[in-house]
Design a protein around this ligand. Structure first.
Ligand SMILES: [Zn+2]
Length: 467
């Protein structure tokens, strides 16, 4: 019960509750405060309506785009409208890559075959260099892993198109883990293929669903002039190409990418805070990332987290809660293809000496909440937080697990800041992740608002009692 003042001392209560009832700070008080929060979040939640505006007016918020600049202005205006104590922007230089005209991948049967040429659904990976205008046409080497690629060696790879086709492990119950175990093909595969002299790289989309949607994403490039065009294939297209190669290894593929790199652009982290009454110099952050991939509305990734972080601030203002610590909403820029926003924010914290007592992020999609991961450099902070499980259970929070925060707040970990991550039911997240299908229709208001309630409740508990 460290730092506990009792919520009656800290809230401007609605008329239905009276300050005359000076109840001691026991569990009933906490439950009453958390009920106020969840009622505000669920009965009067505004996150879903705001998400609709964000993804309708500013889809495709990739770094350097007009859409991201529009989202920066939109979110700053929203925070200003909440009557916070301070709203500002932090300048962040960001990379600027554009896809250009739609890419294409065509499967071309060997000469003399009666089979038709087939278009394969594909999306260039973020940062992919362009092909020559006429495209690249070559035979294909299919591999299941980077080790298999290395085993083949330069002789079998040079001049060919490498096709990484290892599916996400269906036996893994946790989709995030299955993604993590497969994504090396996308993040490092193209660059490794380039080192062996490949002409281009194709990567099976990172999803367990069977669909014809290609999933873009980040891939590693080095500034040494040896990069190659890299594209994701839909899982349907990957299966089709795999079957064709099994039938005829001389099948060729034609790839066209029309992307372009521009000079760096200026973007911003958007920040708003409510000053703490007791510890104004000790800061609690709730964060998410404003940017998205270019081809997606970015509703789950991470528009959901953005509107939830804004909603936490709205809820506290609506119920009249004056936090003891400063509560700060940070909407990070450029998570997807640079993490520049997260790095710039952590650098500002380090340079200014600001004390952060907790940072929590929502970047797993706007699905129903299931728990929080918590972690810091020293101490099992998630075990201490388990005392709160009975209070958060009604919102679907069933576990506190060990973790290291989300991508944007991750750079705060070396500064000793305890980090949290909202865990959600992620089984359908990777059906939509980094695709054109990540739309507002895929986000259920109830689930989104439960997540906002869980975030606000956890921040209230940390503010009142400490981690
Ligand atoms: Zn994200």
């Amino acid at each position: 019960m460290r730092h506990f003042m009792g919520f009656l001392g800290c809230l401007v209560l609605p008329a239905a509750l009276s300050c005359a009832a000076a109840v001691p700070p026991d569990t009933a008080d906490r439950e009453a405060a958390l009920l106020l929060i969840s009622t505000e979040a669920l009965a009067r939640g505004q996150a879903h309506a705001r998400l609709r505006t964000l993804v309708t007016e500013h889809p495709g918020r990739l770094a350097g785009s007009a859409a991201l600049a529009g989202a920066v202005r939109w979110s700053e205006q929203l925070l200003l409208g909440l009557g916070l104590d301070r709203v500002w922007k932090q300048e962040v230089p960001v990379p600027h890559w554009e896809r250009g005209a739609p890419e294409s991948v065509r499967m071309v049967p060997p000469a003399g075959s009666s089979l038709p040429i087939v278009n394969l659904a594909a999306a260039a990976l973020g940062g992919s260099i362009a092909t020559p205008p006429e495209g690249i046409s070559a035979e294909v080497v299919e591999v299941r892993s980077l080790d298999e690629l290395a085993g083949l060696g330069r002789e079998k790879i040079a001049g060919r198109i490498v096709f990484f086709n290892r599916p996400m492990d269906p036996a893994e119950p946790d989709p995030g883990r299955a993604y993590g175990a497969a994504v090396d093909q996308r993040s490092r595969g193209p660059r490794t293929a380039a080192d062996f002299g490949a002409a281009a790289a194709l990567v099976r989309s990172m999803t367990q669903s069977v669909s014809d949607l290609p999933h873009t994403g980040g891939t590693t490039y080095l500034n040494d002039g040896r990069n190659i065009p890299a594209l994701a294939l839909s899982t349907v297209a990957a299966d089709r190409l795999g079957a064709m190669l099994a039938a005829d290894p001389l099948t060729r593929v034609e790839v066209k990418v029309h992307s372009r790199w521009h000079p760096e652009a200026l973007s911003h982290n958007v920040i708003g805070e409510i000053r703490g009454t007791a510890f104004p110099d000790e800061i609690i952050v709730v964060g998410a990332h404003l940017d998205s991939w270019d081809l997606t509305p970015g509703a789950h990734d991470d528009g959901a987290g953005v509107v939830q972080a804004i909603e936490v601030m709205r809820i506290f203002r609506a119920i009249g809660y004056r936090p003891r610590h400063t509560v700060r909403c940070v909407l990070f820029t450029n998570e997807e293809n640079g993490l520049r926003g997260g790095k710039a924010y952590a650098a500002m914290v380090r340079d200014s000496g600001e004390k952060h007592v907790f940072a929590v992020e929502s970047d797993g999609g706007g699905f129903g909440p299931r728990g929080f991961s918590l972690g810091q450099n020293d101490g099992p902070v998630h075990e201490r937080a388990r005392r709160w499980l009975p209070l958060l259970q009604p919102l679907g929070i069933l576990a506190f697990t060990a973790g290291r925060g989300g991508a944007d707040i991750g750079p705060l970990l070396p500064l000793g800041v305890p980090l949290g991550n909202l865990l959600v039911d992620e089984q359908r997240y990777f059906d939509l992740h980094h695709t054109t299908a990540d739309t507002i229709e895929q986000v259920h208001p109830r689930e989104l608002h439960l997540g906002a309630a869980a975030l606000a409740s956890l921040i209230w508990l940390v503010d009142q009692e400490g981690l």
